[in-house]
Design a protein around this ligand. Structure first.
Ligand code: NAP
Ligand code: 8YV
Length: 322
């Protein structure tokens, strides 16, 4: 029997809760990413919504003539050609706020791991070295007395700043526009901030302006006691400069959750002892990923029920469905 429900395309893998909930209301069409959209013309014509956790470029968008809404699994929607979607009147949604706490918690954990080397200390215990060789070596760095600069004080950056307050560190931030009524030092440029702090946490989106902004000049301004943490996008970092600065002592240490070309991690990082590496897990708890999945589905439901999704991205302003 033909499925007369609205067809929603899911390219590649996505959190199972998205499929489970979508399947209750929509005709879910799961397709491999492969080398591009491979669906017959009749199916392509029936697709009115997309739920996606990777990328959706102009070629994919153009393959579905009746597409109305693309719901991205993630707050960062750099994998979707939003400009192209906007030009065709297609609404794009993302998953803001529901992951703020998890990502901010991870940023603090990664900072502490980087400063105090807790993962290496646990390895020391598990490898029997505590009993054989004695105490784990003292960590070179401490959180105490640090001056922290946050590159990007949006939804997540602000939660990171709030979590830093009880650590009694000095807190500053850089954004293009200063935020009102916050007790943190504002720096109009990243360079001025890097010159004034010894700890830099980056949580900016992937945009043309944020490409490789964490470069040799910024790392050298942080200095040998300096620490760099990235939970935003690997796109913002000049890897060659960071690997060189960590290797020659220009920078003290780094903690990275995100990489330029995931899941590929430059061998230069793996060879260094003063970098703590995570495989893009900042939002990766079951409760938070479930909340993200729910927001993906609820955006699609709200669009088709009311013509008003819950969290459209600013580049695709919502026009009521005709
Ligand atoms: P948001 O609320 O939009 O905040 C973005 C912040 O970055 C704003 O303060 C913005 O301020 C600032 N910004 C943007 N462009 C800038 C530029 N060129 N120079 C300086 N500051 C700039 O976004 P969010 O929800 O906090 O998320 C931020 C990003 O984190 C996401 O886009 C995603 O890429 C990443 N993320 C990573 C993970 C992970 O798993 N590691 C999880 C969630 C999110 P102005 O506009 O005033 O400049
Ligand atoms: C996720 C993220 O890892 O929300 C984002 O922008 O980077 C992370 O929460 C990703 O979106 C899903 O794989």
């Amino acid at each position: 029997m033909p499925d007369n429900r609205i067809a929603v395309l899911v390219p590649g893998k996505i959190h199972p809760r998205v499929l489970e909930r979508l399947g209750k209301q929509f005709d879910v069409i799961s397709v491999d990413r492969g080398n591009g959209p491979k669906v017959d013309a009749d199916t392509a014509g029936r697709v009115r919504g997309v739920a996606v956790g990777g990328g959706f470029d102009a070629a994919w968008i153009d393959s579905f003539p009746n597409l109305e809404v693309i719901a991205n699994f993630g707050v960062g929607y750099d994998g979707i050609d939003v400009k192209h979607a906007a030009s065709k009147g297609i609404v794009v949604t993302n998953t803001p706020d529901v992951l703020n706490d998890e990502v901010a918690d991870t940023a603090i954990a990664l900072l502490l791991n980087t400063l105090r080397q807790f993962p290496k200390a646990e390895d020391w215990l598990r490898e029997g070295r505590w009993a054989k060789e004695g105490a784990f070596p003292l960590s070179r760095f401490s959180m105490k007395g640090r001056r922290v600069g946050i590159n990007g004080l949006g939804r997540i950056g602000l939660e990171i700043a709030r979590r830093l307050e009880p650590f009694k560190v000095r807190i500053g931030y850089h954004t293009r526009s200063p935020r009102d009524s916050l007790p943190y030092d504002y720096y109009p440029t990243l360079k001025e901030m890097a010159q004034s702090v010894d700890t830099l946490i980056s949580i900016v989106p992937k945009t043309p302006e944020t490409h490789k902004v964490i470069n040799a000049e910024i790392l050298s301004a942080l200095g040998p006691q300096g620490v760099f943490i990235n939970v935003g996008r690997g796109w913002s970092v000049d890897d060659d400069a960071l690997i060189a600065a960590l290797g020659n002592g220009t920078l003290g240490a780094a903690g990275l959750d995100v990489f330029y070309d995931e899941p590929n991690v430059p061998a230069g990082y793996l060879a260094l002892k003063n970098v703590s590496l995570l495989p893009h897990v900042a939002s990766a708890s079951m409760p938070t990923r479930d909340a993200m999945a729910d927001l993906v589905v609820d955006n699609i439901i709200e669009w088709f029920a009311k013509g008003q999704p819950l969290t459209p991205v600013p580049e695709t302003p919502v026009k009521p469905r005709g």
